[in-house]
Design a protein around this ligand. Structure first.
Ligand code: ADP
Ligand code: ASP
Ligand code: MG
Length: 411
């Protein structure tokens, strides 16, 4: 008898019929003799609606109250799915994060799971029940509800699989696997049979929302077998593999293209060019809990420099205000910002052993007259920041340039 964690996303539980469909899938999996733990998201659109309500009352919502509100979407779907299962004659029990309990730190809206107590879930499973657990939420040491960041139900699924010692974690969603790029932007995108954790981690961190980055981190760290599958069609999905060798005879140079529209750029112009400047600029940003992604410092001719970095659009206004204060302190010339930017990245472990990917990427973008504002690279990825209006063109151009559409899936 295996223990399987299945996670169903928002579209998969988007209405009553879909919840009943999920219930039938869960019932079929249980009928094979396995123990099933199901993690569900809120109905699609619901979390956005709740965030909208919070923001309509307060521009900077109180973090504790914000989590109380946005966690409520999952409370509805666990109850509905447990009921739908019972209607099919399957014993089921729903659990809020705090009823499991899924313990987290107390960073509201970005909480990290610190511990999962599997006792209650194991006891329910032993009674023959399907456990339906609310995704996206946990409880801090003070007993307050926390949430795990957008897309956090993936992390709940993987963390539960790790914490309960499950045999597999299956992420059911509205696409039938991980594709070479978001199939909504490039319809010619191709499903990958397998992708390494390393690549998936890069793709997730660079904006591919098919899996939340923390879910991939967790799965890699605790070696949880992880698969992305469709809720609506049967198929093998995509297996996230630990070992590169498992990936086939030869790794493709580039596995995928990720993009992110959620960043904004902040530039401090004319900063006196002396040691310690980067720390002076970024120190207060870090203290304000604002994550910085790309950083570029240009060498100026007149003993001054321009310092540019990107942050999440949600943090853009706060970052601009902080940098304005820093500008005054440092006597820098001006602060400029732009939120109409996008980041496009090519990812692939094959890059390690091949030179020239960067120049191929830049050439392809140049052919379409797409201007590159910032560049950053790591061993297995190259990212560029461009004007947001060119994003879709850039993704399709790179998808073609790296021949991702035609190639057979790595088997
Ligand atoms: P869920 O609600 O099930 O968690 P998400 O919307 O969070 O679903 O994630 C699935 C979506 O991720 C797909 O509909 C697709 O548009 C998007 N996506 C982005 N990049 C990729 C990719 N490389 N492969 C597959 N889907 C992707
Ligand atoms: N409902 C949450 C969100 O929309 C969590 C999730 O769907 O994974 O972000
Ligand atoms: Mg998701």
């Amino acid at each position: 008898m295996a223990l399987i964690v299945q996670k169903y996303g928002g579209t998969s539980v988007g209405d009553v019929e879909r919840i009943q469909h999920v219930a039938r899938k869960v019932a079929a999996a249980r009928a094979k003799g396995d123990q099933i733990v199901v993690v569900v998201s809120a109905m699609s659109g619901e979390t956005n609606r709740l965030i909208g309500l919070a923001q309509a009352i307060s521009e900077q919502p109180d973090p504790r109250e914000y989590d109380q509100i946005v966690a409520s979407g999952e409370q509805v779907t666990i109850g509905l799915l447990a009921m739908a299962l019972k209607e099919l004659g399957v014993p089921a029990r729903s659990f809020l994060g705090l009823q499991v309990p899924i313990r987290t730190d107390d960073v509201h809206s970005k909480a990290r799971i610190t511990e999962i107590d599997g006792t209650a879930v194991h006891a329910a499973l032993a009674r023959g029940e399907v456990c339906v657990v609310a995704g996206f939420q946990g409880v801090n040491a003070a007993g307050d509800i926390t949430t795990l960041g957008r897309g956090g139900s993936d992390t709940t699924g993987v963390a539960l699989a790790a914490g309960l010692g499950a045999d597999e974690c299956q992420i059911y969603t509205d696409v039938d696997g991980v594709y070479t790029t978001d199939p909504r932007v490039e319809p010619k995108a191709r499903r990958l049979e397998r992708v390494t954790f390393e690549e998936m981690l890069e793709m997730a961190s660079l904006g591919s929302k098919v899996l939340q980055i923390r879910a991939v981190e967790f799965a890699g760290k605790y070696r949880v077998p992880l698969r992305v599958l469709s809720t609506f069609e049967d198929g093998p999905g995509t297996l996230i593999t630990l070992d590169q060798e498992q990936n086939g005879v030869e790794d493709p140079l580039i596995s995928g293209i990720a993009f992110n529209r959620d960043e904004a750029q902040v530039t401090l112009q004319g900063v006196p060019d002396r040691p310690g400047i980067a720390a002076k600029v970024l120190g207060p940003i870090g203290e304000a809990n604002i994550e910085v992604d790309m950083i570029v410092q240009n060498v100026g001719a007149d003993a001054t420099t321009d310092f540019t970095f990107t942050v999440h659009k949600n943090d853009y206004k706060r970052a601009l205000a902080l940098v304005e204060t820093i500008r005054e302190q440092l006597g820098a010339r001006a602060v400029k910002g732009d939120s109409d930017i996008a980041k496009v990245s090519v990812v692939g472990v094959g890059m390690r052993s091949h030179a020239g990917i960067a120049s191929d990427m830049f050439k392809a973008l140049a052919t379409e007259n797409i201007n590159i504002r910032m560049i950053s690279t790591s061993e297995i990825k190259i990212s560029v920041v461009i004007d947001e209006k060119y994003l879709e063109l850039a993704v399709r151009t790179l998808h073609r340039a790296f021949e991702l559409e035609g190639a057979a899936p790595a088997a």
